[in-house]
Design a protein around this ligand. Structure first.
Ligand code: SF4
Ligand code: MG
Length: 323
């Protein structure tokens, strides 16, 4: 709720704060139990920062995070520890996120040791079960991460994330570093595991095509804000926000009868240290009007739970003009 993360920019000889990168700039949304919420945006849109704040890997500058109705924003570590096992993250780069000096068995067992709820023998049994669940052989536990391919390493990272029996998993671009053919295998695996373990996912990607299959709803981020958050079908078939419309127009259509014109955006992504006034997208929006330059559009429910932050929809008169 109203999450913000501002990173100070240091400058000058005494390194004082000369500005802020507004990585996440006042974001509110819900994630429902059992769903997959896809979060899409260009690099620098704040999606990783948002994910890290949700599981308290990063403290927000302002705002609250609720987990199962409980405000966890300022929970001390002692009270956070039992919740830590509920929330796990799978990172983009399994090469960097797995300690190369630990065997696969040790990597999967480590979170269970930290949680200290199982006896050593039970932990060993869990390791073997998890390896099988992610499609790896039992003898993989004696090997080291470098002995595996990228896709297999991501399977190891997933098994490690599952080892504390979490209910909520954030995938921070978990398939972005993999070959396209391997991507769908890992996505399918994540879907199977979601069904089996009743997991809730926040799935971060920079590309709308990656989250298409796996998501129930999709949030589109632009410069630290949510431009649109809606059911998957609404996002892909009837995107409302001009930025979503541009992103969708770039996704290759599988339906040849519905060829879309590719919408080209002018200019580059502005710096998050100096975001445009009013609507952050106004410098590149094909439908910009005067109000957009001064007035920040709020995320507004379209009456069906789908929400968009754009003056074309928040003002009836303008909506008619747009039509
Ligand atoms: Fe474009 Fe204005 Fe809507 Fe922003 S508020 S997306 S600039 S039309
Ligand atoms: Mg990122």
């Amino acid at each position: 709720k109203n999450l913000k993360k501002y990173f100070p920019i240091k400058g000058g000889v005494i390194q004082r704060t000369v500005g802020h990168v507004k990585a996440v700039d006042d974001i509110s949304f819900d994630i429902y139990k059992g769903e997959t919420l896809g979060v899409v945006g260009e690099s620098g849109s704040g999606k990783s920062t948002l994910g890290r704040m949700l599981i308290r890997l990063l403290d927000p500058t302002e705002g609250q995070v609720y987990f199962d109705g409980q405000d966890i924003t300022n929970l001390p570590n002692r009270k956070l520890r039992p919740l830590r096992k509920e929330m796990q993250m799978v990172f983009q780069d399994p090469y960097a996120s797995l300690n190369p000096r630990m065997s696969v068995g040790e990597l999967i067992e480590e979170p269970m040791i930290v949680q200290n709820t199982l006896k050593p023998k039970e932990r060993q049994g869990q390791v073997i079960e998890l390896l099988n669940k992610v499609g790896l052989n039992t003898d993989a536990r004696l090997k080291y991460p470098h002995e595996f391919s990228g896709g297999q390493r991501q399977r190891i990272a997933i098994a490690r994330a599952l080892s504390t029996k979490p209910t909520f998993i954030i995938g921070d671009e978990p398939v972005s570093a993999l070959d396209v053919s391997i991507q769908s295998q890992v996505l399918n695996l994540m879907e199977e595991l979601q069904d089996e373990f009743n997991l809730t996912y926040l799935f971060i990607a920079h590309d709308l095509s990656v989250v298409r299959h796996i998501s129930d709803r999709v949030a589109v981020m632009y410069l630290g804000r949510i431009a649109e958050i809606a059911q998957k079908d609404a996002i892909y078939k009837e995107p409302l926000h001009p930025y979503t419309q541009a992103l969708i127009s770039a996704v290759p259509s599988t339906d040849v009868t519905k060829k879309r014109e590719k919408i080209k955006l002018k200019g580059d992504l502005p710096s998050p240290s100096n975001p445009p006034t009013g609507c952050a997208f106004h410098t590149r929006c094909p439908k910009v009007h005067e109000r957009c330059k001064v007035d920040r559009p709020e995320l507004t429910d379209m009456g069906n739970g789908n929400m968009v932050a754009c003056h074309l929809y928040t003002n009836e008169q303008l909506q008619r003009i747009a039509e």
